[in-house]
Design a protein. Structure first.
Length: 614
């Protein structure tokens, strides 16, 4: 993966603005540690940081190609998994190639098909292409939103970049946060309204969207969306199609000119990827697949089973590694590491996030990077196939809100009355929820409960999955590790979207149809293991450490966080021995310890980014 930056201004000479563009591009050094480049013209300035994965010599960016009198320049972050098919079709149309990089295939596709090129891509991407002759910029983001792409209009300038910090490096973009932005952080966070960039005037290109910017201004269009239609395949046909799509997606994403590995928790999703990858390695004579799992110091003593984490991963990881003969790496993290990394994780997101759930992923990716440059992860299968507990909960189905936002009343009591009065949190959540429901593609005549489950899938794909993809992108790219997510292949998502619930939950199991499709690929005990999420620390030393740090912040009268919180209420729960929340306040993992970690990140964010509340 890489990082991109750009600046378009039709009223300025950007040939003279190299230092500003270089500063923007430098913010992405972690995303692209292997190479850097910029390109300047009168009205366009493009920057790129590169992580070499395919074609080290032929994939340099910004990449420039000429077609007749036209000059095209691309900056691109991502991977195309159907590059061979694109190349064959383009060569048949007269195109010649100077490399085997997917960057050149993408640029040639734009030259051939214009904006319609995105319809032909299978991959994860965020890119900008400048047409020097037409004086026009084309931005596009992949269908599922795996790769980030932020932008902002400032006067006569359009700025874009892979991360928020890239825009903040430009003098026209200030770290200003209005009431909506504050609500995004304090109430919806660590999720985020699709398209919202938190900082005032900053937006994100939504998944499956593209943007054109020229002298006429901005035009945004949606090139892909889910389509609801009756599912006509029987159970056996559905099972076989899912098997074919999943195996094909995994194999496509193993292509690289650098070492490839997999995340392995011993759960259904990562095990499926590992099984297919290990067999691919065996057939290609590539040696043993390297696999990685994460756990925490003390979890062997302190792990507590819950509704969301029924068992620990260790025995299942060993079972998979032994069965598929992988070269497995056990990564164990301690309390001190997680505490120290909270700051790194916040700066990777440019926002407060999932506390140690983020920081542990960053540390995990840092260890993987020592052995590999690419890793495949099981992210998104739960959103696509309906694996989360709230898909199966009557309470969640009838709650009338985002099912991963729990304990909202408990959370709001810990914020200051002034903040709650300003951001109107209950109304804000309801507004965003209703806006999303209005987008759901309906199936006429669908039975009400099935229609409600369709809403639940849409909410998860467009909100919760985006939060996890943001997390996976920022934490991995902070270490220069490219993480690929085969279950985000849009062909899988499109097909599964219309499978009825009774078939998705074959034999009454969460993700039952996926389990059926993976029979013969995975051992039965792995195949039918109860779902368990990404692990977190259960070590009481971590909870004690974050509580103590929050109390120190409360004693610091210069803390910019103090006006935002109910200091008496936070101080009280920080002195309690029991958990401050009776169930997770976000997702499956975030309870009291993670709330204290969130406050630590909030304080650091306000200080380090010099956030101005306006």
């Amino acid at each position: 993966m890489c990082g991109i930056a750009g600046w378009i201004d039709f009223q300025a000479n950007l040939n003279l603005q190299g230092p500003i563009l270089e500063a923007m591009t430098q913010t992405l050094a972690n995303r692209g540690p292997d190479a850097a480049g910029i390109w300047l013209s009168n009205h366009a300035a493009l920057g790129h940081r590169r992580l070499v994965v395919v074609d080290p010599k032929g994939g340099q960016q910004p990449m420039i190609r000429r077609q007749g009198n036209n000059i095209y320049v691309i900056v691109y972050n991502g991977e195309l998994y159907n590059t061979p098919e694109l190349r064959r079709e383009l060569e048949a149309r007269g195109h010649t190639f100077q490399s085997h990089s997917d960057t050149e295939a993408l640029l040639a596709s734009f030259i051939e098909w214009g904006q319609l090129c995105v319809d032909r891509f299978n991959g994860i991407y965020a890119f900008g292409i400048w047409d020097e002759t037409k004086q026009s910029l084309f931005l596009a983001r992949d269908r599922m939103g795996v790769k980030p792409l932020f932008y902002s209009e400032r006067g006569s300038s359009l700025l874009f970049g892979s991360e928020l910090k890239t825009l903040l490096a430009h003098p026209l973009v200030k770290p200003e946060v209005d009431s909506d932005g504050l609500a995004e952080v304090m109430v919806l966070g660590p999720s985020r309204t699709p398209g919202h960039g938190v900082f005032r005037g900053v937006k994100e290109v939504r998944p499956g969207n593209c943007l054109v910017y020229d002298r006429k201004g901005i035009r945004i269009s949606r090139y892909w969306s889910l389509a609801s239609k009756p599912h006509e395949d029987d159970l056996d046909t559905t099972t076989e199609k899912i098997r074919e799509l999943v195996v094909d997606a995994i194999k496509r994403q193993l292509v690289a000119d650098v070492p490839v590995s997999t995340f392995l928790s011993g759960g259904l999703d990562s095990s499926a990827i590992t099984a297919v990858a290990a067999e691919h390695f065996r057939q290609k004579g590539l040696g043993n697949l390297h696999t990685f799992s994460v756990d925490f110091e003390g979890n062997d003593r302190y792990f507590k089973a819950s509704e969301f984490q029924p068992n620990s991963d260790a025995q299942w990881v060993a079972r998979m590694s032994d069965h598929f003969n992988t070269c497995h790496h056990y990564v164990n993290l301690d309390t001190c590491q997680q505490m120290l990394a909270l700051d790194n994780a916040m700066r990777a997101r440019d926002l407060p996030g999932m506390a140690d759930v983020d920081s542990s992923l960053y540390l995990f990716c840092r260890e993987i990077k020592k052995e590999a440059t690419v890793a495949l992860s099981g992210e998104c299968a739960d959103e696509v196939f309906g694996g989360y507990p709230w898909f199966h909960s009557q309470e969640a189905l009838t709650s009338g809100s985002f099912p991963w936002l729990r304990s909202l009343d408990q959370r709001l009591r810990l914020y200051s009355p002034e903040v709650n009065g300003r951001i109107r949190p209950v109304e804000y959540v309801y507004q965003r929820y209703q806006e999303t429901l209005a987008e759901v593609p309906r199936l006429p005549g669908e039975e009400p409960l099935e229609a409600r489950r369709r809403e639940m899938f849409y909410l998860n794909i467009n909100w919760f999955m985006q939060a996890l993809l943001d997390r996976k992108d920022r934490m991995s790219m902070l270490t220069g590790l490219e993480v690929r997510v085969p279950f985000c292949d849009h062909r899988i998502v499109e097909y599964v979207w219309n499978i009825p619930w009774v078939m998705k939950t074959w034999e009454g199991r969460e993700k039952g149809i996926l389990r059926r499709a993976l029979q013969g690929i995975l051992p039965d005990d792995i195949l039918f293991r109860k779902k368990s999420p990404y692990p977190k620390t259960h070590n009481p030393s971590y909870q004690a450490a974050v509580r103590e740090r929050v109390l120190q912040i409360l004693d610091d009268r210069t803390s910019p966080m103090l006006p935002l919180i109910n200091t008496c209420a936070v101080r009280a729960i920080a002195k309690l021995e029991e958990d401050a929340f009776d169930r997770p306040w976000f997702g499956q993992l975030m309870t009291g310890s993670q709330f204290f970690g969130f406050l630590i990140q909030l304080d650091a964010w306000l200080r380090q980014y010099k956030v101005v509340l306006c």
